[in-house]
Every structure is written in structure tokens, then in C-alpha cells.
Write a protein that binds this ligand. Sequence first.
Ligand code: CFN
Ligand code: HCA
Length: 536
Amino acid sequence: ITQGLPDPSKVMDEILAKYPTKIARKRQKSLVINEPGEGKEIQANVRTIPGIITQRGCTYAGCKGVILGPTRDVINLVHGPIGCSFYAWLTRRNQTRPAEGEDNFITYSFSTDIQDSNIVFGGEAKLKDAVREAFEIFKPKAIGIFSTCPVGLIGDDVHAVSREMKEELGINIFGFSCEGYRGVSQSAGHHIANNGIFKNVIGNNNKDRIGKFQINLLGEYNIGGDAFELERLFDEAGITLLSTFSGNSTIESMEYSHTADLNLIMCHRSINYIAEMMEEKYGIPWVKVSFIGAEGTTKALRKVAEYFDDAKLSAKVEEIIEREMKKVEVVRKAVKAKTEGKLAMMFVGGSRAHHYQDLFKEIGVTTVSAGYEFAHRDDYEGRDVIPSIKIDADTRNIEDLTVEKDIELYREDLAVKKEKLLKSGYEFSNYDGMMPEMKKNSLVIDDINHWETEKLIEYYKPDLFCAGIKEKYVVQKSGVPLKQLHSYDYGGPYAGYEGAINFYLEMERMLCTRIWKMVTTPWKTDPEIVGSFAIN
Ligand code: CFN
Ligand code: HCA
């Protein structure tokens, strides 16, 4: 990786030199020159230094936008000023497919739109009215209530209101204390959402078995239609997908998700808590998989077949793999011939900055620098990392959930099965952390900011930068194409086999055009923005 590339320690030095000493000392711990196998540590999941322009979002975004947002038949009512609701409205490109006559509330934006007078006199009455109004108009099966920053500051109790309204209206109503400031990032919101769904939804319906091989898919949010592609594969294989948390999902399917035989986890960062609580309460084992990349998809499908240990299922899975890989290989080869040797960087969320490196590898593109916005140390360093005890921002202020030891009929069977699989060498994780899987000397940076981004681009001149909407235009104006790995811009699906093909073709389009070399960076010739006012 060092061939023809700048010395990473020089890049790091120059980045840090600009900061005041104290800040430099702090930031230094979040910038690592990768050395797989050397047990290097990275500082992650800590507060962003005030004044720095971070990529991160807030706790409310993680709870309402990320985890609950993609479920179509629950009304997600935001208790807060209208801006919080407006900025979380349809921006994530999570898709859904309601059946004929089924509810879909995703296209709506529900908010109490609190005003100054509510801040002074309290907003609970307004919240109750909003719940009643939403119920009157839409007759939903469930309503989730989400607190935003000002609500936490004035002390409205969304849990008490939820209980009262549940009693009054006779439907499932539950609240989330997910005020934006509660954690250091979205990550705390994931945790709050996981606890709330586990406590209020999972286990509410003991539905009879509907398939021979029943699974849930956790941490898949159907961005750009990813879940549709995975549903296609499971359907054909004869694997029953009971519930997805939460892409293309219904609250109803979550209610009986505890009757599954196995949980697959895609994005471990956002949903490991539910997986662990489901294992503890219902005995359902979980396997960490990634369906990003054709190779990863093959590995994941085989993991499921291996788990169920059924000859017919395995044969079917192999048949699908063979057929799909034939199609994938044709496109992959053609694209790789043009993209081999190109350099990419990716700074995204809490799992994609790692998962997408697989797709790039498949077409010969190297990731020279990468990092997450809000992941924890285990996401970087690998599965054996002991969580940092110093700052556990995620669990701070979160009501302690006691999992009652409610033994389901099949719980013991599953535990015995897990034991047997472990003895036979079955691995419950399909991938490791970001750092063990990245090349030596690549630069790993947690919670990157604009200054650091600018320097990376200047030094490495990457062929492609992957991040989100806030970074997109600054990077493009520097003459480097940017692919949004959050919303996929207008593309997708990118998961599974069809997704891999879509992604290869998109990369061919983005990496092989010469248009970016023709961009004149505006601030290079015109560093100051001059404004003028028209005065009448
Ligand atoms: S869909 Fe997921 S995959 S849930 Fe998470 S950590 Fe966000 S919204 Mo943006 S794209 Fe991103 Fe991940 Fe898991 Fe998405 S990488 S930042 S909170 N994320
Ligand atoms: C969020 C959602 C986000 C933002 C994406 C972006 C998403 O963090 O609240 O910055 O472009 O995927 O929509 O991560």
C-alpha cells in the first residue's frame, strides 16, 4: 500500500500540527496507522471536540430515524420542534412494500411542533392531543413517541403519556427518551431504540411456526431496496424471513420475531443489543454476517445452511450461489479490467465503512483510508475487544432493562444446538473488525472532520471518496467524485448478488469518467466569499 503513496505518518503530523496542543493530543488517539495483527488501539465513541465540524448525527436520529423509521405500520410521533421531524423526513431512502390494503406511514412526518408557550408551560397536553388526533385519523396498530432535546430539558414525561394513552386508546403506545444530546452520537439512540423495541414489542405475539427454517434479519434497513434483494434470495432458498429489523418491516412481524430459530446480524453496531437480549430471553443464537459484496453474500448464505444442517436446503443454497455468481462474474471481470488499482476512501456511520471495502476489493479497488462516524472499538479492532470502561456513553442514562428469565418451549433446544455447533467449530461471526481486514499502513480515522478530509484528499488524491450528503459537495468541488454510502445517492440495491452487479456498474461509471479532472476548485482561485446586500 505504501508504493507511490504518501508516508501516512507525515499526513498525520501535518493534520495534527494545525490543532492547539490539547486538541492535537486528543485527536491523535483517533488517528491510527494500521498494522494488522499488532493489536493497535483506537479511540472511538467519545465526545466530539466542540468547534470541530463532525459528520455525526444525534441520539434522536439514531433512535427514530435509523431503527424505528423504516417500519411502515407504526406512527412515529416526534415530540419536539418541527425542524427535528422535518430533517428526518424521507431522507434515508429506506424503502418499503406494503401489501394490498396495508398501512404505510413512512411518507408522513408526525410532530407535535412544540412552541415557546409549550416550553414555558409544558408540552404533555399537546402531546396527548397529537396522539389522539393521529389515532383518530389513521387508526394505527402502534404509536412510538420520540423526545427531542427541548423536551428533555423541560421534563415532559413521554413514558407516562404513553402509558396513559395506551390505556385510553387500547393500542400499543411506547415512548423513547432519545433527546439528541443524550449520547455522543447516533449510537446512543440505537441502544435506546433496541431497549424500547425489546421491552414493548418483541414477544407480544406467540405465532405458530410458519416455516421450516425461520430467521430474522437484524441491522438491515432496506436503503435503496437492499432488503428486497435479500428477500428474493431467502424466498427462493425456502428460508422464512420472519422479521427484518427494520427494513421493509411491520411492527406486527417484530411482535412474533422471538419465534425464530436464528438471528442474522448485518449491522452489528446498531442492533447487537436486541440480538443479545433475544438470546438471553428466548435462547435464539445470532450470527454476524455481511451481505455487502458477492463473496460475503455467498458466505452468509452458506452460514445459514450450515446452521440448519439440512441437505435439501444446502443443495438449494448451492444452486442459487452457482447461478448468481455466474452473472456476477461476467460483470465483475469486465469492470475490474477498468477499475483495478484505483484508490478509495470511506468515512461512513458504524459499519458500512468496513462492509463496502469488500465490494471494492472485488473490483480491485484499494481502500487507503477509512473510518466510522460513531462506531465503538470492537467495530474497529475486532470481535475480542473489551469495551472501553472509561466512557460508556451508550449506556449512560438508559433505564436498566432487566430481562426476565422467561423460558420458552424451544429455548433449551436452541441452547443445546448452539453448544453442538460451537463444538464442531461453527463460527458465529463471518467477519472481523475494520482494522484487521485493512492493509498495513492504511490510515484509520475515527469521527473525521472537514480539515482532516481536506488534508487526506490533498495528499492521497483518491479516485473516489465515500461519505454522506454533508461531505458530498466539498469533496466534489475538490475534483474527487463522492459516492454516498448512506443513501446510495439515487442508486441501489447494493446488497446481495444483484446489488453487487449494480455497484460494480456504478463504480465503472464513477471511476472511469475524466470529468472530475476538469473541475476548478472554486476556493483555489477565489478563496473569499463576498456577499452584498441590496438595500432599498
Ligand atoms: S443504514 Fe445503517 S449500517 S444502521 Fe447505522 S451503522 Fe447510519 S443511517 Mo447513515 S448509512 Fe450508516 Fe450504518 Fe448500521 Fe445508515 S453506516 S450512518 S446509524 N447506518
Ligand atoms: C443520520 C442518517 C444518515 C445521514 C446520512 C448523511 C443516513 O445519521 O441521521 O449524512 O448523508 O444514512 O441517512 O446517516
